[in-house]
Write a protein that binds this ligand. Structure first.
Ligand SMILES: [Zn+2]
Length: 332
């Protein structure tokens, strides 16, 4: 299987470039995670130099990739020093027909699409004698994604959608360059095609639960529905349970009826939206399938874990730890 090593530049005690309230180390990690996320649906294995705010020397990064036997090394950086736009580098000791050069060409053209979309200057394909390009035993590319000290660039770097687009473009380039197979993440995030959309709304309506206990309250919580008496009374009515007063036998009947899944559509229609606030902790349901703004499957290791809301959208929330949007209906 193709081994892709993704290096989020800087980290820990080394913030990289700073400007406009941003730190390079945070942005490189967010972009790298979007690249990693997108590649999850493909037949490759991905290793990250870091997945959190950790200090790593340049030698630690290249040694790690060499030891792992990576087929490709991608290093993600943000530029600074007066300028604007995007550029990427391969080692200045390799030719224009080298594997690094060919891989870079493919990745560069995928990223160019995002540059065009956001009217970003393309500073071109360059060569340099950087440690991570020189000391890696496999083909290596380093990308410089906009200038942190340029206001217009920084505004884009503050935009989660842009970070996702540019991160995914890195991944799309890798998919093309290595002819990787698979890919539920190959659909554009901004404009899903019609069949994909109906698939999404279908999975939205289907409220399944892994809860196997006897408590109606816990069951309702597990499917993201209110557990109040009023709501239970309404559900009881829909399921033909008359004069619901909340007795144990009525609750058992209701629980069985709900598990029978006969009136899922009705119960979803009557679902009272919960409130979502920035900083609030939520968990992703086991039944959640894909992120809300892409068709990338949510890895099960992120499910049923306490996570933080960073931003609230109309129907979805941005999860701080994942740098990704998740449907409100997929949380509890
Ligand atoms: Zn850097």
């Amino acid at each position: 299987m193709t081994k892709i090593y993704i290096d989020a530049g800087h980290g820990g005690s080394d913030p990289g470039a700073v400007g406009n309230g941003l730190r390079e180390k945070d942005l490189t990690l967010m972009i790298a995670k979007h690249t990693q996320d997108y590649l999850k649906g493909y037949n490759c294995s991905v290793k990250m130099s870091r997945t959190n705010d950790k200090t790593l020397s340049l030698a630690q990064r290249t040694n790690d990739a060499n030891k792992w036997g990576a087929d490709f090394f991608l290093s993600v950086h943000i530029n600074a020093g007066g300028g604007t736009g995007y550029e990427d580098f391969i080692y200045n000791g390799v030719s224009n027909t080298s594997k690094s050069a060919k891989l870079r060409n493919t990745i560069h053209s995928e990223i160019s699409k995002v540059l065009t979309k956001y009217s970003i200057t393309n500073r071109g394909k360059k060569k340099a004698n950087f440690h991570v390009l020189r000391e890696t035993k496999m083909p290596a590319v380093l990308t410089e994604n906009l200038f942190i000290d340029r206001r217009e660039d920084a505004n884009l770097l503050k935009d989660d959608k842009f970070l996702k687009d540019i991160g995914q473009a890195h991944a799309k380039g890798i998919v093309k360059a290595f002819k990787l197979k698979g890919g539920s993440g190959s659909t554009s995030t901004s404009k899903p095609s019609k069949p994909k959309q109906s698939k999404t709304s279908k999975s939205n309506n289907k409220q399944t639960s892994n809860y196997t206990g006897d408590s109606i309250v816990d069951y309702l919580k597990s499917i993201g529905q209110p557990s109040s008496f009023a709501h239970r009374k309404k559900l009881a009515q829909q399921h033909g349970i008359k004069n619901y007063t909340g007795t144990a036998s009525q609750n058992t009947k209701l629980l069985n009826a709900l598990r029978g899944n006969k009136t899922t559509a009705t119960s979803v229609k009557n679902y009272i939206p919960r409130t979502f606030k920035v900083g609030q902790r939520v968990r992703i349901k086991s039944s959640a399938k894909t992120y809300s703004r892409s068709n990338v499957p949510i890895p099960s290791k992120y499910k049923n874990k306490s996570l933080t809301i960073q931003q609230v959208g109309k129907d979805d929330v941005l999860i701080k730890e994942l740098y990704s949007w998740v449907r409100k209906s997929d949380t509890y």
